[in-house]
Design a protein around this ligand. Structure first.
Ligand code: FMN
Length: 203
């Protein structure tokens, strides 16, 4: 039974473009996979912990050195990692804030990037342990980064491709809507619908 993890990270609700893209993708996926299951997480409502001293100690300390605080910090991460591990497909609603991802989404990344659990180092260097999953990034931005004038400021897509690849996830697709006016957004969402249909056809 296929399983999808749906995450949103826009601070806006009804007006959010990234939420609309991710919801459309998940709705279409449900239609294509009526037996599939979905886990939903809104990182603006349930914001993941920031990396703390207890977390760092807990991740790297042997079990016998754990305190209740270090154990709790690692357990909170483990919940988020288990959700990723359980998913075949991840649909991540990630708007662009200040040329990168929202801080709430970065907090989620910082919780799921755990040495020994989602990545490891061996004689060949780093090895991601979350392979075999597809990720769809539902991205909204004010500017159009296919414009060469803006492209160098796009740290959002390279960052996401980089960190997900580090964790072993290389099948990453962006479905993007650029612009702020209602006309730009409507046109972008129409294109997004086509991209969603094409993406699901290829799944
Ligand atoms: C705090 C903040 C920072 C933003 N920074 C950028 C930016 O660096 N580049 C850009 O193109 N758009 C930027 N925008 C515009 C948003 O990316 C755009 O409004 C997008 O639709 C927001 O996603 P949402 O509709 O899902 O809320 C920013 C918006 C906000 C609220």
């Amino acid at each position: 039974m296929p399983h999808l993890l749906h995450i949103d990270s826009s601070s806006r609700s009804a007006d959010s473009v990234s939420r609309r893209i991710s919801a459309r993708y998940v709705d279409a996926w449900r239609q294509q996979n009526p037996e599939g299951t979905v886990t939903y997480r809104d990182v603006t409502v349930n914001t993941p912990n920031f990396v703390s001293a207890d977390w760092v100690t807990g991740v790297f300390a042997p079990a016998e050195y754990h305190t209740p605080q270090t154990r709790a910090a690692v357990d909170a991460s483990s919940v988020l990692i288990s959700e990723v591990e359980a998913a075949d497909v991840l649909v991540l609603g990630v708007p662009m804030y200040n040329f990168n991802v929202p801080a709430t989404f970065k907090a989620w990344i910082d919780q799921i990037a755990m040495a020994g659990r989602t990545f490891a180092y061996d004689e060949n260097g780093p090895r991601g342990l979350l392979g075999g999953k597809k990720v769809v990034i539902a991205r909204a931005s004010g500017s159009d980064f296919s414009n060469p004038a803006f492209a160098p400021m796009d740290f959002h897509a390279p960052y996401l491709r980089g960190i997900l690849g580090f964790l072993g996830i290389t099948d990453v697709e962006f479905i993007s809507v650029n612009g702020q006016t209602p006309e730009q957004i409507e046109a972008g969402l129409t294109e997004a619908d086509q991209a969603i249909a094409a993406s699901l056809k290829a799944l």
